[in-house]
Design a protein around this ligand. Structure first.
Ligand SMILES: CC(C)(COP(=O)(O)OP(=O)(O)OC[C@H]1O[C@@H](n2cnc3c(N)ncnc32)[C@H](O)[C@@H]1OP(=O)(O)O)[C@@H](O)C(=O)NCCC(=O)NCCS
Ligand SMILES: CC(=O)OP(=O)(O)O
Length: 334
């Protein structure tokens, strides 16, 4: 069974409710009946009901199975505004500003997750990653013992023997612009958890660089080498190594040649990039040149699931990321 079929099967069993705050986006409207018909999740759409129904009519789809909430007129607006004010008053926000902010669908959606009305959120078809991330960080917040919210992509590369038969996770490819070794180690541990939660397979983590095990020396190389060491200390059971180049990480014959003592080289399925430039460029190149499926940015390190999308996403991407979010919600409850 392929990854997409598998994750959709798991979502059906999970029985979760997912909020799609970008109800005014036609791709969200088209994704809704697909999610409902397949039984992947119950859907809450945010927006003005009349407008959303008209949009659905124009698109020729039926969204009657979804619950529609208009944040501006919702009976929950007052409760949510007060909760947001309490979260942000240390930043000098006024009660009026909190109410205005809470009328914005991304903020209202994040609060629906925080309050347990929805089990997860999916957005980003319309809004930038930065705009999706701010309410997620401010309202849902980080998980216990985590300081960095980061973003990974699950890549499914066709006809590929590397990673787990073409399945691999790239991070950070969407959220955290630049971290030190400590932060990269934390991000790597979150990424390993994401890979395991979604695939059920053992994560094998490579800290990527332009050097393999001392073939070059530079502060950028040293940063990844130190990140691998910190990772080994923090998660002794995790298979992690670095620094290493991408070919050494993925290709067994090259791994053996460049890093003969490594338990990761040639076998990696979780690739940690030195910064967001590298991670974002790499995922888009692999997606376009290798015709890979790229699901994400899957947001990691938060206390509850909320996932982003590329603005270039398809309706099918929204459906699959919704299924992924439902599966993550079930995994967090285990
Ligand atoms: C995620 C992002 C929006 C946060 O930026 P920001 O809002 O400007 O963040 P700031 O640095 O002003 O910090 C705001 C708050 O969020 C926290 N924060 C920011 N990034 C965080 C992260 N990755 N993890 C945890 N907390 C974070 C800060 O500590 C701060 O907390 P406070 O308000 O309680 O003091 C920003 O890092 C970003 O734009 N990332 C790139 C996204 C992107 O464009 N990706 C490419 C396309 S996918
Ligand atoms: C993840 C990402 O790159 O998103 P976008 O394409 O919307 O900028």
């Amino acid at each position: 069974m392929g990854f997409v079929t598998e994750i959709r099967e798991k979502a059906k069993v999970a029985g979760k409710t997912i909020v799609l705050p970008e109800g005014v986006e036609p791709r969200m409207i088209k994704a809704t009946p697909k999610i409902l018909e397949e039984g992947l999740a119950d859907v809450i759409l945010l927006g003005d009901e009349t407008k959303l129904q008209k949009l659905a009519e124009d698109e020729g789809v039926d969204i009657s199975g979804a619950k529609i909430i208009n944040p501006e007129t919702s009976e929950k607006l007052d409760e949510f505004s007060k909760a947001y004010y309490e979260l942000r008053k240390h930043k000098g926000i006024s009660e009026e500003e909190a109410t205005e902010q809470m009328k914005a669908p991304l903020y209202f959606g994040a609060m629906l997750v925080k309050k347990g009305v929805a089990h997860g959120m999916v957005a980003g078809a319309l809004n930038t990653t930065a705009d999706v991330l701010r309410p997620v960080i401010r309202i849902i917040g980080t998980a216990d013992d985590v300081s960095v919210v980061s973003g990974s992509f699950l890549m499914i590369v066709p006809d590929c023997e590397y990673g787990s038969n073409g399945k691999m996770l790239f991070a950070d490819s969407g959220v955290f612009p630049e971290g030190d070794s400590e932060e990269l180690a934390e991000l790597a541990i979150s990424s390993a958890e994401t890979f395991e939660a979604l695939t059920g397979e053992e994560p094998i983590v490579a800290m990527l660089s332009f050097s393999t095990k001392g073939s070059a020396e530079h502060p950028l190389v040293e940063k990844m080498r130190k990140a691998a060491e910190i990772c080994k200390e923090k998660a002794p059971n995790l298979q992690v190594d670095g620094e290493m180049q991408a070919d050494a990480a993925l290709v067994p014959e090259i791994g053996v040649k460049k890093a003969p003592d490594s338990n990761v080289a040639g076998k990696a399925n979780v690739l940690i990039f030195p910064d967001l430039n590298g991670g974002n460029i790499a995922y888009k190149l692999v997606q376009r040149l290798a015709k890979a499926d790229a699901f994400g940015p899957l947001i990691q390190g938060t206390s509850l699931p909320a996932n982003d999308l590329s603005r270039g996403c398809s309706v099918d991407d929204i459906v699959t990321v919704t299924a992924i979010t439902a599966v993550q919600a079930a995994f967090k409850e285990e």
